[in-house]
Design a protein around this ligand. Structure first.
Ligand code: GCU
Length: 421
């Protein structure tokens, strides 16, 4: 009898513990939660106009996300040199020009450089551009043989010919399906892309990438409130913007920053922290991106901090399994982008990224857009699959899984056309 009781006791303990570790995948399992009101200060003051939003609420939210989630960039690091490494007058069936521009940075006796691959249409005047990182090298987004293969570290991926952490010719064009460059060009947009590993290799190591250029004394890794990898990648997008401001062919007031998944989290943070970006697109960005953390659906703060401890600042660990203590949620990250257009996109099978949580963020950010007289998401019911809502705050959920597809791009191009022309 005693043994039975003991067995039952341990069984319930073990199943209780393992249930705690199981990701929530059913709406009925979402815990009760209370979302902070984007239009109420931490002290409980109601924000009634854009002036107060900009002078009180926006700064306190931005500061919270900076100090407790993505991490502060501990200094400034300007471009030390710009080199046009390669240029063609025509490419993409005669529709565009291509250039590859290298930006270098120096500090602390250390250096870093990254290459922006740029395609621009032959339209009159300065061009609007989509700016976003790629996962496996600039040469993977197109078959174009002239695109330079990065020498930066990459995670091994034998199917793409990535061995010994080096990118190779074998993966040229391997990701072209996610990058319909000609469609962008035909619609009058340019594309600028960078291999994200050139800014900070996506691995738990703070001795590489941009971080060491801003270490002080014998610092080995960022302090509790200092930049993780997402913040470092966002820093790189802002430096690309610095360069665009000097390029006569690029309209720096019409740069739409985008990203998929971890790079969608990055695009949101870049757009929130740098108001020069005209608009933001986050594709399947999930936890730490558009998805509400307090729902705990799919990937949670604890899980992301465990699997990718280096993406966020160390302070973010304070909220692992402690979402109720978080005084903000991701709808407020989206609100930081207001009044600039923002597009949140989900995929039906991508439960890990919590499509409903992504949708609700767009919905709960909308009151801030309304302060500016902009339209957002008015319904709290998700739209049908493949039925986008395209206002200043836009949202769609499409069929299929975690990816950026031609369907996604067709929506982004259509939406962006309404405000860049
Ligand atoms: C993992 C991670 C996600 C992330 C994704 C990606 O699935 O858990 O948070 O968005 O990788 O970047 O592809």
């Amino acid at each position: 009898m005693n043994k039975l009781i003991l067995f039952l006791f341990f069984f319930s303990l073990i199943s209780g513990v393992s249930a705690q570790f199981q990701p929530i995948e059913k709406e009925s399992e979402v815990p009760e939660y209370k979302l902070p009101d984007a239009l109420k200060t931490f002290n409980g003051k109601k924000i009634k106009n854009t002036k107060k939003w900009e002078s009180k609420r926006r700064p306190e939210l931005l500061n919270f996300f900076t100090q407790n989630m993505y991490g502060e960039v501990p200094g400034t690091l300007d471009i030390s040199s710009v080199e046009l490494v390669e240029k063609s007058t025509t490419t993409l069936n005669g529709k565009a020009e291509r250039k590859q521009v290298d930006l270098s940075f120096k500090n602390n006796g250390k250096s870093l450089h990254f290459t922006i691959l740029i395609y621009l249409p032959f339209t009159e005047g300065k061009k609007p551009v989509f700016l976003g990182y790629n996962f496996s090298g600039n040469h993977t987004i197109t078959d174009d043989v002239n695109v330079i293969i990065s020498e930066a570290w990459a995670p091994d991926y034998p199917a793409l010919g990535i061995i010994n952490n080096q990118l190779t010719e074998q993966s040229r064009g391997a990701r072209a399906d996610s990058w319909p460059v000609e469609k962008m060009i035909d619609a009058g947009f340019g594309l600028a892309t960078i291999y994200y590993g050139e800014i900070d290799p996506d691995t738990d190591d703070f001795s590489d990438g941009v971080h060491p250029l801003l270490y002080v004394d014998d610092q080995q890794q960022p302090a509790e409130n200092e930049w993780g990898a997402i913040s470092a990648w966002a820093w790189g997008l802002s430096r690309a913007m610095d360069y665009f401001e000097t390029d006569d062919n690029i309209d720096e007031t019409k740069v739409i920053v985008f990203g998929h998944s971890r790079l969608g989290k990055t695009a949101l943070w870049a757009g929130a922290s740098d108001q020069r970006f005209a608009a933001v697109i986050s594709n399947n960005s999930g936890c730490g991106g558009a998805a509400l953390s307090k729902r705990r659906f799919g990937e949670t703060i604890w899980r992301i901090n465990r699997s990718f401890p280096y993406w966020f600042c160390k302070n973010f660990k304070n909220y692992s399994k402690n979402e109720e203590k978080l005084p903000v949620d991701q709808h407020e990250l989206i609100a930081l982008i207001a009044p600039r257009p923002v597009y949140v996109a989900s995929a039906e099978e991508d439960l890990w990224a919590d499509p409903k949580g992504e949708f609700l963020s767009a919905y709960f950010a909308t009151p801030v857009y309304k302060l500016y007289g902009k339209d957002g998401i008015d319904q709290d019911e998700m739209p049908e699959v493949n039925h986008p809502i395209q206002n200043t705050v836009a949202y769609h959920i499409r069929t299929g899984g975690h990816a950026i597809t031609t369907y996604d791009w067709e929506q982004y191009i259509k939406w962006a056309t309404t405000f860049v022309k």
